[in-house]
Design a protein around this ligand. Structure first.
Ligand code: HEM
Length: 378
């Protein structure tokens, strides 16, 4: 059976498939997907840097199934899902807020919540450690406490279900309820401009003369939703790397170096998409307006023209070129926070005595068109 670049996300080892694309068809049309596929570093960089391409289909800025619901309102405000002037202005605000996030505190909270989750004994609750713990930390950085942090982490698990194009009507209804609740939980912090991440967001908005509160609240929900799956994948893929023989880090610095290289080597977000609002030309290929492009971040990370010996996991790699957090206008502003969270959870697990031999080296992966998240147990 032949693999598509979307199915590759869940393969035990998608990298030989990606390497063949990088070598033989770095930017080509895939009839099965009905989309162009950008695989090598040059194509991925060109696509992500192009103003002719949008993050959403121009005719459907919000998925039809959630339009008119709280989930649709949040989705439509997310910087991740918008382009143009509004994106540029709001992205600057969001980037400033996340840039002042207290990553040291995030690490301490992630270690504390991991410790709590392990205290019950028995096999480590990997799903909780990978998804709920990072989301709870970001909720705590947003000022939620006394159970509201846990509730927000649960709700965001429902909200993110509306994001893939494959979402069912039931998932979309649950996402709408979750978005409503997340706005109730986070709204007071936006109104009061409290301390922490929400206060930073409000203050950055003030400096940028950004007056509308609703998009700030939506992007505060976005802090949780952007954390959720991607950070789960980063924690999980780091644990899988250890199970497959990566050297066990002996220090916090070594753990962070391992996490940073796993970001490149086994990207938790394997691909993203762009939609041509205008024709886009790369080399001798012309993509017409209306076409869709699948951008293989995980393939470009292993392009030998940008990273020597790309198939080796080398935690102290000098100046790696990494596409996992995107590039250009939509580059991820949560990179340092995600790295701090994943490093703390993995370090705490190792400290608690979970060793590589306790971890599955060949897990199944969660069904997802873009996030690579191993299923490590309950
Ligand atoms: C391992 C974890 C993460 C990965 C791999 C990741 C990856 C990405 C990628 C690839 C994009 C760009 C998508 C595109 O251009 O199509 C993105 C955007 C974004 N990420 Fe992350 N992310 C992670 C964690 C986080 C965290 C923890 C936050 C914040 C709390 C965050 C906030 C955002 C935001 C706000 C955007 C939208 C930026 C824009 O569109 O201008 N991310 N992320």
């Amino acid at each position: 059976m032949t693999t598509t670049p979307v199915e590759a996300v869940r393969l035990p080892d998608p990298y030989p498939f990606y390497a063949a694309l990088v070598a033989d068809s770095p930017f080509a049309y895939d009839r099965t997907l009905g989309a162009w596929v950008a695989a090598d570093a040059a194509a991925v960089r060109a696509v992500l840097g192009s103003g002719a391409l949008r993050v959403r289909p121009p005719a459907e800025p919000v998925p039809a199934g959630i339009t008119g619901t709280a989930a649709g309102e949040v989705f439509g405000d997310l910087v991740r899902m918008t382009d143009g002037d509004t994106h540029t202005r709001l992205k600057a605000v969001v980037t400033q807020a996340l840039g002042s996030a207290d990553t040291a505190r995030a690490g301490r909270l992630a270690a504390e919540f991991t410790h709590e989750a392990l205290a019950a004994g028995g096999p480590p609750p990997y799903e909780e450690l990978m998804t709920a713990v990072p989301a709870r930390v970001v909720a705590a950085l947003c000022g939620l406490a006394d159970g509201a942090d846990r509730e927000a982490a649960r709700a965001v698990g429902d909200f993110v279900q509306c994001i893939p194009a494959s979402a069912t009507p039931g998932q979309q209804r649950a996402a709408a309820r979750a978005a409503e609740r997340l706005r109730e939980l986070l709204g007071p912090g936006i109104e009061s401009g409290a301390d922490g991440l929400l206060g930073e967001l409000v203050r950055a908005a003030g400096r940028a003369s950004w007056a509308a509160a609703a998009p700030l609240l939506s992007n505060a929900v976005g802090f949780l939703s952007q954390t959720y799956d991607a950070t789960a994948g980063l924690i999980g893929n780091t644990l899988v790397a250890l199970a497959r023989g990566a050297a066990v880090p002996g220090t916090a610095r070594a753990a962070e170096a391992l996490v940073r290289e796993v970001v490149r080597y086994d990207a938790p977000v394997q691909n993203t998409r762009r939609f041509a609002a205008e024709p886009f030309v790369h080399g001798d290929v012309k993509v017409e307006a209306g076409a869709q492009i699948l951008v293989l971040l995980a393939a470009a990370n292993r392009d030998p023209s940008v990273n020597p010996e790309p198939h080796l996991l080398l935690p102290d790699r000098a100046d790696p070129v990494v596409f996992t957090f995107g590039a250009a206008a939509h580059r991820c502003p949560g990179r340092e926070l995600a790295t701090a969270l994943a490093t703390a959870v993995v370090t705490e697990l190792l400290r608690a005595g979970v060793g590589p031999s306790d971890l599955p080296a060949a897990p199944a992966y969660r069904p997802s068109p873009n996030a690579r998240i191993p299923l490590l147990g309950s």
